[in-house]
Write a new protein. Structure first.
Length: 248
C-alpha cells in the first residue's frame, strides 16, 4: 500500500521530520511518501493559517488520487480541512489529532494534550470535544514556544515539554500525554523514557491507523456526506464595469 503524508505548511524540514517518524513505524509492505505545499504558511498557528493551508492541501490530494494513493495522513494537529479532504479521497484520510485522541482513549482513562502556543488551546479543546473525548481529556496545555521554535531550539523545547508533562502527571492526574504538534514527533520516545508516562505522537499513530484500515479493506464512505464534490459549471464571466465619473 502507498500512504501519502501531507504537511499542510510549507516548511520542508518539518515534512522530513514527520516522514522520518512515519517510516520508523510503517510496515515493510507499506510505502510512505511525504509532501508539503510551497505556497502555504511556514507554520500553522491559528484559524487564519489553517484556512490558507487548505486549498493547496486539497490540491495535493487531487494529485494523489491520480497516482492511486491508498490513504492519506494530514500531519498538522489542528486537522485542517479534514472533512473536505475526505470528500476528495477514495481511501481513508487520517488527521493526527483524531488518531492521537482515539489512541489515548484506548490506552488510558484520562489524558492531557501539550501543544505549542496558548492560542492553539481553544482549537484543540474544540477538536477533542468533537471527537467525543471531552470527558477523558483533563487539560490542554501549552509550552508557549512557536512551532518553528521546536526545530530552532530543540533542547529548550524538550525541557519545556518534560516540565509540562510532569505537571500534567501531578495536577491533571493524566495517565497518557498527547503531543499537540506534528513538529514534536522527534521528541516522543525520549519524553516517554524520561517521564515514565505513555507519550503519544499523532503522526505515528495515524500511519498505523491508515495501514490498518487499508489492510482491512476499508475506504472512505461515498454514500452521502463524504461523497465526492459535485461538479460545478464555471462561473459566468461578468463584463468589467468601470466607474462612471460626471464632469462638472
Amino acid at each position: 500500500m502507498h500512504i501519502l503524508l501531507i504537511n499542510p505548511n510549507s516548511t520542508a524540514s518539518m515534512t522530513e521530520q514527520a516522514l522520518d517518524s512515519a517510516l520508523r513505524v510503517s510496515g515493510p509492505a507499506t510505502r510512505v511518501t511525504a509532501v508539503n505545499p510551497v505556497d502555504t504558511p511556514v507554520s500553522i498557528e491559528g484559524g487564519a493559517d489553517e484556512a490558507m493551508s487548505v486549498p493547496s492541501m486539497l490540491d495535493e490530494i487531487r494529485k494523489g488520487e491520480a497516482l492511486g494513493i491508498d490513504a492519506y495522513v494530514i500531519a498538522c494537529f489542528d486537522d485542517p480541512g479534514l472533512h473536505a479532504a475526505r470528500e476528495m479521497a477514495r481511501g481513508p484520510v487520517i488527521g493526527i489529532c483524531q488518531a492521537a485522541v482515539q489512541a489515548a482513549m484506548t490506552i488510558s482513562r484520562r489524558f492531557s494534550v501539550i501543544t505549542t502556543l496558548s492560542r492553539s488551546v481553544p482549537i484543540i479543546e474544540d477538536l477533542v470535544q468533537a471527537y467525543g473525548a471531552g470527558h477523558h481529556c483533563r487539560k490542554v496545555r501549552a509550552i508557549d514556544l512557536p512551532v518553528l521554535g521546536l526545530e530552532e531550539n530543540p533542547l529548550e523545547a524538550e525541557q519545556l515539554l518534560v516540565r509540562e508533562i510532569e505537571r500534567a502527571k501531578i495536577e491533571d492526574r493524566a495517565e497518557a500525554i498527547i503531543l499537540g504538534c506534528a513538529g514534536m514527533s522527534l521528541f516522543c520516545q525520549r519524553l516517554a523514557a524520561i517521564t515514565g508516562v505513555p507519550v503519544i505522537d499523532g503522526v505515528t499513530v495515524a500511519v498505523k491507523f491508515a495501514e490498518a484500515l487499508v489492510g482491512a479493506g476499508y475506504a472512505t464512505s461515498k454514500v452521502s456526506a463524504y461523497n465526492y464534490p459535485r461538479p460545478k459549471p464555471p462561473a459566468p464571466v461578468s463584463p468589467v464595469r468601470h466607474p462612471v465619473s460626471s464632469c462638472p
